[in-house]
Design a protein around this ligand. Structure first.
Ligand SMILES: C[S@@+](CC[C@H](N)C(=O)[O-])C[C@H]1O[C@@H](n2cnc3c(N)ncnc32)[C@H](O)[C@@H]1O
Length: 158
């Protein structure tokens, strides 16, 4: 989804909730070189060190992300909007750290989509003129468990 919507591989990317860095491995394999990761777990980020991240930063849940406003061309958040992790209140920080006209791509586990109000929150950010939805599809996610997720790409507006 990132590759469908970004114009260049030479962009600065933040991977929020990077965990052990599986997303970074895919970014590197697809030609991206400038990406940072952030996660609450230092232990998980130890594994991400071998996966080409330029910087790995610890975040504190419910606090602002440890990066400046409008720092990134693209922000990714994979596997974090799920049971017991982060709710739609997390969208504001993804928007804050992404440049105007930048891209945010995230997944939402189907099991929290309705009961945590994700569709409504996405709509509210659109109505507020903060982002424009580029793509929103439901597809396979945790394949062995038969669980799907929503995959969403939005463009941050100025
Ligand atoms: C299922 S893992 C996904 C890791 C990685 N993105 C991937 O796709 O392999 C969920 C990650 O979210 C992190 N996490 C939990 N609460 C978070 C929060 N409030 N903000 C950001 N990340 C969080 C966890 O530490 C964990 O690394």
């Amino acid at each position: 989804m990132l590759m469908r919507h970004c114009r260049s591989r030479d962009i600065q990317i933040l991977d929020v909730g990077c965990g052990t860095g599986i997303v970074g491995e895919h970014l590197h394999a697809n030609g991206f070189r400038r990406f940072d990761g952030t996660d609450p777990s230092l232990e998980m980020m130890q594994h991400a060190r071998a996966r080409s991240y330029e910087n790995l930063l610890q975040l504190i849940p419910d606090q602002p992300l440890p990066v400046s406003d409008s720092e990134y061309d693209a922000t990714l958040c994979v596997g974090v909007f799920t049971h017991g992790h982060l709710g739609p209140e997390g969208f504001s920080e993804l928007i804050r750290v992404t440049k105007p006209n930048g891209l945010i791509c995230f997944t939402v586990n189907e099991g929290v989509w309705d009961n945590e109000g994700f569709a409504n929150a996405i709509e509210q950010h659109s109505l507020a003129g903060e982002w424009e939805v580029l793509e929103m599809i439901k597809q396979d996610y945790m394949v062995n468990e038969g669980i799907q997720a929503w995959y969403v790409a939005v463009k941050v507006l100025g």
